[in-house]
Design a binder for this molecule. Structure first.
Ligand code: PLP
Length: 371
């Protein structure tokens, strides 16, 4: 992949700084490994409430047979984030809750499916920030069993003190959330509404910061990754990483996403748009082009939240061979895609591939019957 062919610089002006000549203070990470890194993004213009302990570890997968094609698989442990059971949404929530607090909000409302990890982590972040939280959850996944409806994330939402609105699968959750917000505003409350998956451009900044974190760690560990493999649900993680890499002058095609929600075409369009909206927050002179967003649809199966045999195999293998827990909706399907791509030779022998472990463990309890 040749650098700098993946995007064009728009409205080029001699005063526009490039990533080469930026010298911005390192504000997001403080470890010596990071301060020595040339990979920095200045996101200090955006309010941020720290919810992570620091960089999450990158570890070699403790299971040499995983590749069986001579591929070196590494895992980035975004599941090892402490608050509310952890998971990838905490990176977005650092900026979302930061913005909510900066706006003086006293209440946060978000939307999702019944077993949304994002909803659970929003409830946790809100609890910790002293904000009230309401969750508008739809029965978008065709499941009526008690485990799906009552266990896993939904149990935790309740313990975390959130008020849950239970809507049918066909409902427009965001419209409901907006009208509920208006109702609360009428009562004098200051409400912050956060979209599906926390994937507003501001939320996506969390994964732009993660792109810099990954490059800094790879630099410090002397590693070069040929691919970073992720699930794509609401697309915010993928979009944020793509924006972060582009802002660092690195080809966003480094990221290979397995869609678990939309078909490839829709996921591509939505992710590209979000990536450019996010990039505009970092450097308005940059844009990402369509080919920079790489999405694979082979693991989607019958749709969002519906188990596949490949997902079951991936979750079982990762647990029984490496002691690591994937989730049934996102990371299980994405890791199934990685295994398939190793077996088919899409990832070549000797390559280093980084898989982002995104959390979602509570989902396993809602999907007991799937295993
Ligand atoms: C939300 C989520 C994802 C996908 O992230 P998006 O930004 O929505 O694409 C992946 N894994 C887990 C466990 C999640 O909860």
């Amino acid at each position: 992949m040749s650098p700098l062919v993946f995007m064009r610089r728009i409205a080029a002006s001699p005063t526009t700084p490039t990533f080469h000549d930026r010298e911005t203070p390192m504000t997001t990470m403080n470890s010596p490994a990071h301060s020595a890194s040339p990979y920095r993004l200045d996101l200090t213009a955006y309010a941020r409430r720290p919810l992570l302990e620091g960089p999450t570890p990158i570890q070699p997968l403790p299971w040499p047979g995983a590749g069986s094609g001579g591929v070196n698989i590494y895992v980035k442990r975004d599941d090892l984030t402490g608050l509310g059971g952890g998971g990838n949404k905490l990176r977005k929530l650092e900026f979302l809750v930061g913005e909510a607090l900066a706006m003086g909000a006293d209440t946060i409302i978000t939307v999702g499916a019944r077993q949304s990890n994002h909803a659970r982590l929003t409830a946790a972040a809100a609890a910790q920030a002293g904000l009230r939280c309401e969750l508008v959850l739809t029965r978008a996944v065709p499941r009526e069993d008690r485990e799906y409806l009552e266990n896993g994330n939904i149990l935790l939402d309740d313990l975390l003190g959130a008020r849950v609105h239970d809507l049918p699968g066909t409902a427009n959750a965001l419209a409901f959330a907006q009208s509920r917000a208006d109702e609360l505003r009428g009562q004098g409350r200051n409400v912050y509404v956060c979209p599906l998956g926390g994937s507003s451009p501001v939320g996506c900044l969390g994964y732009a910061a993660c792109a810099a974190e990954i490059m800094a760690q790879a630099h410090a560990q002397g590693l070069r990754f040929s691919r970073i493999v992720v699930p794509n649900g609401s697309g915010g993680m993928h979009a944020g990483l793509a924006a972060g890499f582009a802002a660092l002058g690195i080809d966003p095609r480094l990221v290979l996403a397995h869609t678990v929600l939309a078909n490839a075409q829709q996921a591509h369009a939505a992710t590209l748009e979000k990536a450019n909206q996010t990039l505009a927050l970092i450097d308005p002179a940059l844009r990402i082009e369509g080919p920079s967003i790489v999405i694979d649809e082979t693991q989607l199966g019958e749709g969002y939240g519906i188990p596949t045999d490949a997902m079951r195999e991936a979750v079982r293998l990762m647990a029984s061979k490496a002691g690591l827990l994937l989730d049934p909706v996102y990371s299980g399907k994405a890791f199934a895609g990685l295994l398939q791509d190793v077996r088919s030779g899409r990832h070549a022998p000797g390559e280093n591939v980084l898989f982002i472990m995104t959390g979602g463990l509570p989902g396993l309890f809602a999907y007991r019957s799937a295993f």
